[in-house]
Design a protein around this ligand. Sequence first.
Ligand code: DQQ
Length: 492
Amino acid sequence: MTVEFFEDPLKTRREMASDPHRPIYHFLPPRNWMNDPNGLFYWGGRYHLFYQFNPYGPRWGFIHWGHASSNDLVHWEDHPIALKPEKGVGDENGCWSGCLVDDGGRATALYTGFINPVNTPVMSATSQDPKLIHWQKNPHNPLISNIPEGVTETHFRDPYVWREEDRWKMVIGAGMQDGDSAALLYESSDLIKWDYRGPLFKERTFDSVNMWECPNFFPLGDQYVLLVSLYPDINGVYYYVGAYDGMRFTPHQQGFLEEGPFFYAPQVRQFDEQRQVMFAWLLEARSEKALEAAGWAGVQCMPRKLSLDRHDHLVTQPLAEMKTLRMRTHHMDEFSLAIGKGLPIGEGLHIGGRGKHLEIEVEVEAVAGRVGLGVLTSGDGREVTRISVDFDAREGVLDTSQSSLSNEVTSGEQCVHLSEEMLGCVKIHAFIDGSVIEVWFNDLISLTGRAYPTLANAAGLFMFAEGGEARVRSLKVWEMAAIWPREVESEP
Ligand code: DQQ
């Protein structure tokens, strides 16, 4: 297949770079639609990221596996499309989500073939290419086409595979006829013939949820984690932490990894002893018409490291490697914020056009009111995105309700609960990248949002305190570099 922009992806990236909503340090394809990360993998000395991709437009449909690689999980190089739908083999209408494993020197993708909503077999493709450019579909495809009894026929997809002693294990996301969601366990000695072993774990997470998409199952410290995406309605990403006996999983802790509507379908891979690394699909918050005009849709979150806090809650942190993108730093210590007065930080620190691509770390103390940051703010204040702590409601808040004057955009307030002990001195760690916002409160709880300001100068940064005064212990701002070669960048 010839898809013009993959012949010169950097040229396409350069053409797209003047769009102020495009991130520069989050991964996205040169153009068109991307959703779930797939097949996160280390091979031939490089990290590989495959992703759900529609080469024909900025809308979901006729999904292929796009491909990029990196030597640090931060900077990426585009590669040709890896997997394409093909008639007669089991994936004629789409190569849906899956993963990659190393089968004794042969990279093997296990993925969902989409024929129609009630026919979504498990498929496989292999590559012995050190760069993973060339793929062969397995002649035994489809590997699993019969769904087990009790499973809803439209709710069976997204294989996640790992090696356990001398066997391969796999979980598949499912929805059951009894209303539960499930991670179905399979076992194989050769990655081709799979035996069903029953649900690894099943539960009705909430009444509104009838399937777990994209299950990930992996060890973390001395526990096991099952991470699932709540379907339908992109209801958020949920985790269970517990014990695993080789057949069944028994959780003792659970919760939302992120509850909002913009973070979905993560994939987790262990790359070295210490680190389980995760990417996830960040959804757009604008109309189809706006997406068609933009020519692109969907972003990956920054690579994140997973860990368990002292209560066995699953938490994430941006990978330390992201610090390599920090450029000019601005630093202010010990200052007060008077009630109701915005303190413009951008002007004082001379942050130029890079105000749309920042990392910000601020530590604040207050006893009442809302204290926080205004980002992506226009000179006249008509467009502003607020990231704050509400000390009265004990919440971290990401408020995009005034982010954009456009009526093609969905906006609103997302809140997360902060415990009493977190409120002593709150650290807000925010990443702003065009239209992408990822925020952590006290390095523990994260929120993701999208903001699409329309005014050219909407790059201002300020701090505010409403309903109570605040003391800022320290504020650090970094202008961030792009993850693409210099020639792709547009003038800030
Ligand atoms: N996306 C894929 C499916 C998966 C869903 C299709 C989750 O395999 O269940 O693009 O976003």
